[in-house]
Design a binder for this molecule. Structure first.
Ligand SMILES: Nc1nc2c(ncn2[C@@H]2O[C@H](COP(=O)(O)OP(=O)(O)OP(=O)(O)O)[C@@H](O)[C@H]2O)c(=O)[nH]1
Ligand SMILES: [Mg+2]
Length: 307
C-alpha cells in the first residue's frame, strides 16, 4: 500500500474507516421506560416522562455524538391497542420506526416480562433488517434482579441485557453494544445538535407533562398543548403563551380547577421545567380551550407536532 494522504483527505478517510453512524429505535409497550432511557443516554430531558402509560405521542430524535460514532436514537410511543385517530397514528409511528432502523432496542419492563402484545413488535422487527437487542428495564426496582432473564419467550440467540435508567446501571454497556452494531459511515448531523425538535415543541411537551402528572383519570388523554406565542425579544425572560386543548366544556372546568387552582399548579410546574430547559427565566401564560376535534383528524395531529 502507498503512503497515507495527508491533511483533509486523511481526516475524511479516517471518518469513513472507523466512524460509525446509524438509527436506533427505542421500542416497547407503554410505560416500559423508553423516554427515561433516551434522556439518560443524552444527559438531557428531551422526552417527557410520567408514571402513566401512553405519555409519548411522537417520535423524538436524540442525537448522541462522540468522536467515533453518531447514534440517532428515536424515542417512540408505546405500542398499544389503538383507539381513534391518535392511537392509530401512534402505533403507525412505532411500526415505521421498527422497520426503518439499523438497531432496535426492545425495552421490556423486568417486573412484567414479555407479554402477548410484544409479539407484534417481534413480527415487524423480523420483517426488517435491524439488529435487535432486548433490554430489561427498571433493574433498580425491588425484585427486578431476581426475575428470569432473558425472559421466557425470548427469541433464542438475540442478545439481552438489563439496565436501570434511574441509576444508570448497564447504560454505558448498552451504548457500547449499540455502537458496535452500527454501520460504518460519516455523521448525519453537526456535532452540537441534540434533537431535530424545535424548543417550542419541547416547551409544549413540558406543559403536557405537568398536566399528565396533576390531572386524574382520563383527562390527560383528552388534552393537547399548542404554543400560541413564543417571544424571545427579551433574552432574559422568554414569554410563552400556551393553549391547553380539551374536547369538552366539562374537561375545561376540571383543567382550570376550582378558583383556577389546577391551572395555576400546572403553570408553576411547567414553568420550572421550561426554565431548566431554556436556561433563562420564563413568563408562561396558560389558556384552556375547547377544541372538540383536536384528536380526530390527521391534519390537526400534525399541526400539534404528533406526526
Ligand atoms: N424505578 C425505575 N423506574 C423507571 C425507570 N425507568 C423508567 N421508570 C419509570 O417508569 C415510568 C414510565 O417511564 P417512561 O420513560 O415515561 O416510559 P415510556 O416507555 O416512555 O412510556 P410511554 O411514553 O407511555 O410509552 C415513569 O414513572 C418512570 O419514572 C428505572 O430505571 N427505574
Ligand atoms: Mg415515553
Amino acid at each position: 500500500m502507498g503512503p497515507e494522504p495527508e491533511g483533509a483527505s486523511e481526516a475524511s478517510g479516517r471518518a469513513a474507516r472507523g466512524h460509525r453512524a446509524g438509527v436506533v429505535a427505542i421500542l416497547g409497550l407503554p410505560n416500559a421506560g423508553k423516554s427515561t432511557l433516551i434522556n439518560r443516554l443524552l444527559g438531557e430531558k428531551l422526552a417527557i416522562v410520567t408514571a402513566r402509560p401512553q405519555t409519548t405521542r411522537s417520535r423524538i430524535l436524540g442525537i448522541l455524538t462522540r468522536p467515533d460514532a453518531q447514534v440517532l436514537f428515536y424515542d417512540t410511543p408505546g405500542l398499544h391497542r389503538a383507539k381513534g385517530a391518535l392511537g392509530r397514528a401512534l402505533n403507525a409511528q412505532v411500526l415505521e420506526a421498527a422497520e426503518d432502523c439499523d438497531v432496535a432496542l426492545l425495552l421490556v419492563d423486568l417486573c412484567r416480562g414479555l407479554e402477548p402484545a410484544h409479539a407484534e413488535l417481534f413480527h415487524v422487527l423480523g420483517r426488517g433488517h435491524a439488529r435487535l437487542l432486548v433490554v430489561g428495564t427498571k433493574l433498580d426496582l425491588p425484585g427486578a434482579r431476581e426475575r428470569a432473564w432473558p425472559p421466557s419467550g425470548h427469541p433464542e440467540g438475540t442478545p439481552a441485557l438489563r439496565i436501570s435508567a434511574h441509576t444508570g446501571e448497564g447504560v454505558e454497556e448498552l451504548l457500547e453494544r449499540v455502537v458496535e452494531l452500527l454501520p460504518e459511515g460519516p455523521p448525519y448531523y453537526a456535532g452540537e445538535e441534540i434533537t431535530d425538535r424545535p424548543v417550542r415543541f419541547l416547551a409544549a411537551e413540558l406543559v403536557r407533562e405537568a398536566a399528565f402528572e396533576l390531572l386524574a383519570e382520563e383527562i390527560p388523554y383528552c388534552l393537547a398543548v399548542r404554543i400560541a406565542e413564543f417571544d424571545e425579544s427579551d433574552p432574559e425572560r422568554i414569554r410563552i403563551r400556551a393553549e391547553i386543548l380539551v374536547e369538552r366544556e366539562s374537561q375545561k372546568r376540571i383543567v382550570i380547577g376550582s378558583g383556577g387552582r389546577m391551572i395555576r399548579e400546572i403553570g408553576i410546574r411547567a414553568r420550572r421545567e421550561i426554565e431548566r430547559l431554556l436556561g433563562t427565566r420564563v413568563h408562561l401564560e396558560l389558556w384552556v380551550k375547547v377544541a372538540p376535534r383536536w384528536a380526530r383528524s390527521p391534519r390537526s395531529l400534525r399541526t400539534l407536532g404528533y406526526f
